[in-house]
Design a binder for this molecule. Structure first.
Ligand SMILES: Nc1ncnc2c1ncn2[C@@H]1O[C@H](COP(=O)(O)OP(=O)(O)OP(=O)(O)O)[C@@H](O)[C@H]1O
Ligand SMILES: [Mg+2]
Length: 397
């Protein structure tokens, strides 16, 4: 079977070195926060590149996706993977295995099941469980938490983050080399920043970085594979494809779909002259069409909102993490846009209605901080604003 994964070993090794190394200029030992847009390869990178790179250094790596089950307490999701790690690395029976009625765990690579030291996870804090795993295994532990910002939407999630911060501080304080590494990723930079950007935030002091995008090397890798599969594609123009991949937001799925559509359209045409010459142009055109269609979609959604909803969303998009829904300036802004004064209660109702749209337009943390639900909404606003086209207008019929 062909491997669909374009590996990024250099990037993984660099981050793994930063995480485990002792550079004075790297703060990664306090936690690495990586943001990048939806569908750009964050989860694949964490699981297929960074995890093996850290494992190769002898770390136990635990991967957790907070979106896996959004109804479950994030602390439970973390506890589950720690329990599994006890079973896998030490052969220790845990409460979860017991409650499933498993009397013997046959994990390849572990000598025997340690019946005597059955653990009760209910009685252990996250910090204790992690410290115990480290002590018993003699290995250092890295937790890779995907969609970490989701923890901010519930009290339980916030508590889990604070527990992790405390575990990190306990396990790393007295040692030269850290024994617990935390890597958190998310598809929304502003939301992830809320884990780090105020004294009340659990990881205050850390910074959110952008995960390097797949970029040109991924396009080169695709071109080589496509040319092996379909030698007729030897005339592909890489520069046009780089631009198309960029227009498509560095999203592999959209890029490959555009190539597939371009090939299909061109081979279906009767005038078959040199269709392979035209593939790259067609991919570029499809990418531009898609980008325009996305923008039109955002504009249509915005224009369907009532005037106060529009004003509230506009204010948020304009203010970013500084957004205050009800301060004097905000109330004056709304008034200027709808032509009359409004009340905080009405604004609150609009914030709720924006959250309840399908798809939702707003995200709210447990501490009542707001962000656009999806980063692409913010990107669209920035683009239109910079192009002098904000606010969107109803187009003439
Ligand atoms: N390194 C890669 N090589 C090849 N394809 C990739 C790679 N990374 C991502 N992809 C493709 O892009 C898709 C999205 O990747 P992934 O799920 O990692 O993105 P994500 O940024 O975590 O998305 P989301 O924000 O929705 O969680 C994958 O299903 C895969 O098809
Ligand atoms: Mg993901």
């Amino acid at each position: 079977m062909i491997d669909m994964h374009f590996p990024r070993p250099e990037l993984a090794a660099r981050l793994a070195n930063e995480l485990t190394g002792a550079s004075l200029l790297s703060d990664a030992r306090n936690g690495l926060f990586l943001a990048q847009a939806r569908r750009t390869g964050k989860s694949w990178f964490l699981q297929r590149d960074l995890k093996p790179a850290l494992e190769a250094k002898g770390w136990i790596v635990l991967y957790i996706d907070f979106w896996k089950d959004v109804k479950r307490d994030p602390a439970k999701l973390i506890a589950d993977v720690i329990e599994t790690a006890f079973e896998q690395h030490l052969g220790i029976m845990t409460r979860a295995a017991k409650s499933l009625g498993i009397s013997k765990i046959g994990v390849p690579g572990t000598a025997s099941v340690d019946f005597a030291s059955t653990l009760d996870f209910g009685a252990l804090s996250l910090a204790d469980a992690l410290a115990l795993l480290h002590k018993r295994s003699g290995k250092r532990i890295a937790l890779l938490i995907d969609e970490a910002q989701h923890a901010l939407t519930s009290d339980a999630g916030e508590a889990a983050m604070i527990a992790l911060k405390s575990a990190r501080d306990q396990m790393n304080a007295a040692v030269n080399e850290p024994t617990l590494l935390l890597v958190m990723s998310g598809s929304h930079q502003d939301k992830l920043m809320r884990l780090t950007n105020s004294p009340a935030a659990p990881f205050w002091g850390s910074r959110v970085e952008l995960l390097e995008r797949l970029g040109k090397p991924y396009v080169d890798w695709c071109v080589e594979r496509l040319q092996t599969e379909l030698p007729a594609l030897k005339t592909l123009n890489r520069h046009k494809l780089y631009r198309a991949f960029d227009e498509l937001g560095n999203r592999p799925q959209f890029f490959l779909a555009a190539i597939k559509d371009a090939i299909r359209e061109l081979t279906e045409r009767a005038d078959e002259i040199a269709w392979t010459e035209q593939v790259s142009d067609r991919v570029l055109a499809i990418a531009a069409e898609r980008k325009n269609a996305d923008r039109d979609g955002f504009a249509a959604t915005y224009l369907q909102l009532d005037p106060l909803e529009q004003a509230v969303l506009w204010r948020l998009l304009q203010s970013g993490t500084q957004f205050k829904a009800y301060d004097t300036d905000a109330m004056a802004f709304y008034k200027a846009h709808i032509g009359k004064a409004t009340t905080a209660a009405t604004v609150q109702r609009k914030l709720e209605s924006l959250r309840e749209k399908n798809p939702p337009l707003l995200w709210k943390s447990q501490r009542a901080e707001y962000s656009p639900y999806d980063q692409s909404l913010q990107d669209w606003y920035n683009f239109e604003f910079n192009a002098g086209r904000w606010p969107p207008k109803v187009s003439a019929p």
